[in-house]
Design a protein around this ligand. Sequence first.
Ligand SMILES: Nc1ncnc2c1ncn2[C@@H]1O[C@H](COP(=O)(O)OP(=O)(O)O)[C@@H](O)[C@H]1O
Ligand SMILES: [Mg+2]
Length: 257
Amino acid sequence: MNKPFIQIDSLVKRYGATVAVDGVSLSMDEGHITAIIGASGCGKSTFLRCVNLLENPTSGSLRIGDDTLAYTNSTLSSGEERALSYRKSMAMVFQSFELFPHMSVLRNVALAPAIVNGVPLDQAIEQAHALLDRVGLHGKANEYPGQLSGGQSQRVAIARALAMSPRVLLFDEATSALDPELVGEVLEVIGELADEGRTMIVVTHELEFAKDVADTLVFFDQGRVVETGKPHEMIDNPQSERLGNFLKRYQRIRTRA
Ligand SMILES: Nc1ncnc2c1ncn2[C@@H]1O[C@H](COP(=O)(O)OP(=O)(O)O)[C@@H](O)[C@H]1O
Ligand SMILES: [Mg+2]
């Protein structure tokens, strides 16, 4: 059997006495999409931030392709020589966009490939224009983030993530900060990336979207994976009481909105 493209084993992240991620394991194949759901504070963001090495995992191991990293006592205990290649295989899109406000849209997208990946500037700029076209932002290259709507800003952030040519895309509630009428335009772009066969881990509160695009759904509760499976099966027929209660609360909030 082929080994999965991504394999995370027993990932733990502690903040003092708080165990934000409590032994999470997850594996997935290339081209697959895993959606993560769960109540606020259950560790979804911390998990993604550890996977992306924005946070040092307390312990556990992480592998993408052939790059394996192991952590013990919040220290990289093996895989030092692989850390850069591991880190470069991922790009993340955040709830709050995290664009540079003092830079044009074009520079926001072209800068990191030029500086971090050493892509020649003219090439990085050409690529940035193409990516902006692709996320439906043709003509916005010379505007500044402050001039954009939230939906446009998030599409710039997606273009910026794509500019790094990542092997894996991570989304942390990419639509949660948006006005409801702007959610669709961002989900549409993410859906197109899914259709292209991109490997993605998507933390989301959009259950219908998760049902549509994800191959696997993972339900987090208190830093742990409580249930995982096919999205429609889990949503239509939850096995655990905790997922059942989460879905009931979700339905109540949705019908009220
Ligand atoms: N930098 C931090 N320092 C201390 N505690 C944190 C930090 N980041 C997250 N936590 C705690 O970890 C838990 C999980 O948070 P988080 O990953 O943000 O959850 P979610 O994204 O599911 O809402 C929460 O109890 C939160 O307060
Ligand atoms: Mg979060």
